[in-house]
Design a binder for this molecule. Sequence first.
Ligand code: PGA
Length: 261
Amino acid sequence: MPRKSPLSSRSTVIAGNWKMYKTIDEAKAFVETLAPLIEKSQATVYLAVPFTAIHATAQLVKALDAPIVIGAQNMNDATEGAFTGEIAARMLKDAGAQFVILGHSERRHIFNESNDFINKKVKRALEDAIQPILCIGETLTQREEGETEAVLREQLLGSLEGVSSDALLKMLVAYEPVWAIGTGKVAHPDDAQAAHAHVRGVLAENWGDEVANQIVIQYGGSVKPDNAADLLSKPDVDGLLVGGASLSADSFSKIINGSKA
Ligand code: PGA
């Protein structure tokens, strides 16, 4: 399996995003099956479970001493308040979540979340010490019209406005082309690399080289066991954000175990 360049100090972070799948019992059974399968992996493994399963899976991971970090898939930007149906960062932390996915394309496109709103959430997450994974990515039309780089720049600058270099070092970024999510059409590793290099360049321009060199940038969109290693072999692809293939312990463990020799 290809390894990251020895010059890179960035660790490999493989995250599962379960979206609106799995009950508490299903989530617990998954963790019990996955834990022994990934014992020897050198990658850091994250699992973004539904809100209802955070507490049970976080407790189970602790009890099993399993190398899995439990997180959430969304949150509100307020600390608390009259926001029916919303959830606050401190509630997620209280339940056992250590990270939160923000700005996922399903949030941006189905629930109309703006860069401005995502920016507020990112700042709240950082303030309340829950690690954000900021997702960005272009649509098919934007790619076809040659707007990919401009869109990624706009999403990055909009979602990260006012975030300091020190704070940025505590986050992850995920490049997820919208046309690749849930479609089975994975980005070509060279296209993923080009987008990741662009993202790192925009981060370097605005937050400095050190931050840009250290931040983990994940690729997401139709990652499967048979394409994961090729994507990770690219120098700027530091990890993966996996949707569909993270729902089965078999395919998720294959992606994790194939990620490093
Ligand atoms: P997918 O989803 O792997 O099912 O394409 C990725 C994601 O939405 O993060």
